[in-house]
Design a protein around this ligand. Structure first.
Ligand SMILES: *Cc1c(COP(=O)(O)O)cnc(C)c1O
Length: 367
């Protein structure tokens, strides 16, 4: 199938790109490149992909995504810091996780060739607009929505895969103050916590806004069964350095398996750190911060890379301040990971991939 697929480049897409200029101030996920990739899946069969002008999409008001949250997504980045060409970071991991998310929602998986066609086409055509300073990138947002019109609860027979892209700066500058969430949970046992679906985020917003109103940046979620051990933040995994060892909660079915998390674990081990993936009771962690055994903590994710945590606060208002913010482990892991992602350092893991030439404008079919 991969050899047969050919993206249709709509004339309006070329026009839109010709007239596009990057603004001075980028922010994160605010500016969109003026094109998007779209492919439809009807009864399990994927149609031709199109690069078309960015803009509103037409949906029947009874479309299933609007009522039953039939949506899943990915978040990844294309980098152009070293050299003129864009690279992707571990795209095959995003392909695999995207498929897992689709299966969990009983929606069609996007085959690797369709996913890569979408991501590579938009990245290749938008390459001139990828900012090239360190910590800048093209943030890519692939997502699938169930479009079948009718209010009956059931599997959507029609689905649309879309990729949009945003030239962006770092997601979160500085460190974060997090509030332990003792009541609500982000994910349920047997639920969708381990997959990347919009519904998880909808359920997290009430807690997040409570945390904000108390002066914190994010909620720190606990396990849904006993609310006694830490899981993650709403969109980032969590690490802590305790007695010199790097700890992160082990994947348990309700934690999202972050690709940054996985990369940091491998990178940390290669740099000689001992990494412990185990259940992390919240009370022991707060005690360890209080007595100094926990020297630093940080969050990880594609958007934020590595973001130090300065304070963990409990619901009773007690604040536990991390001794080192940012700590040396967070700083060295961040620089090592960014160095590989941005092509400034050797990539001994084979994580970084060029965009195949076939996706670039000169060889694409122009409609
Ligand atoms: C996307 C996401 C992460 C981070 O995953 P990465 O692959 O590292 O970007 C962590 N937690 C949740 C809930 C997420 O949705």
């Amino acid at each position: 199938m991969s050899g047969l697929r050919q993206v249709k480049i709509e004339a309006g897409a070329e026009q839109a790109l010709r007239g596009f200029r990057l603004p001075e101030k980028l922010g994160f996920g605010v500016i969109m490149v003026p094109v998007m990739y779209v492919a439809e899946c009807v009864d399990g069969v994927w149609g031709q992909g199109r690069l078309q002008p960015y803009g509103p999409i037409q949906l029947d008001p009874s479309a299933k995504v609007l009522h039953y949250a039939q949506e899943y997504f990915e978040g990844m980045k294309a980098y152009k810091v070293e050299g003129p060409h864009a690279t992707l970071f571990r795209p095959e991991r995003h392909v695999a996780r995207f498929a897992t998310s689709g299966r969990r929602l009983c929606m069609p998986e996007v085959p690797e060739e369709v996913f890569m066609e979408g991501v590579c086409t938009i990245t290749a055509w938008a390459e001139p607009f990828i900012p090239g300073n360190t910590c800048q990138s093209l943030y890519l947002r692939p997502f699938v929505i169930g479009t079948q019109p009718n209010l009956g609860l059931g599997v959507s027979s029609t689905n649309t895969f879309i990729v949009i892209a945003s030239p962006s700066e770092a997601y979160h500058a500085g460190s974060m103050r997090v509030l332990v969430e003792r009541n609500d949970t982000r994910a349920a046992i047997g639920g969708t916590g381990a997959v990347k679906v919009g519904g998880n985020y909808a359920a997290s917003l009430l807690s997040a806004s409570r945390a904000k109103s108390k002066g914190y940046d994010q909620s720190l979620w606990l396990d849904p069964g006993t609310r006694s051990s830490i899981e993650e933040l709403s969109g980032m995994n969590v690490f802590a350095v305790i007695d010199g060892r790097l700890h992160t909660p082990k994947l348990n079915g309700s934690i999202l398996p972050g690709i940054t998390r996985d990369s940091l674990i491998e990178l940390a081990r290669s740099l000689g750190h001992e990494v412990v993936e185990e259940t992390m009771p919240i009370d022991a962690l707060l005690t360890d911060i209080g007595n100094g055994r926990c020297s630093e903590a940080f969050a990880s994710g594609t958007a934020a890379v590595v973001t130090p945590i300065s304070v963990m606060a409990d619901v009773d208002g007690t604040e536990y301040t991390l001794p080192q913010d940012p700590g040396p482990v967070a700083l060295s892991l961040k620089e090592a990971l960014l160095g590989i992602q941005e092509g400034r350092q050797e990539d001994p893991f084979g994580w970084v991939q060029r965009i195949p030439r076939t996706y670039y404008p000169s060889t694409a079919q122009v409609a």
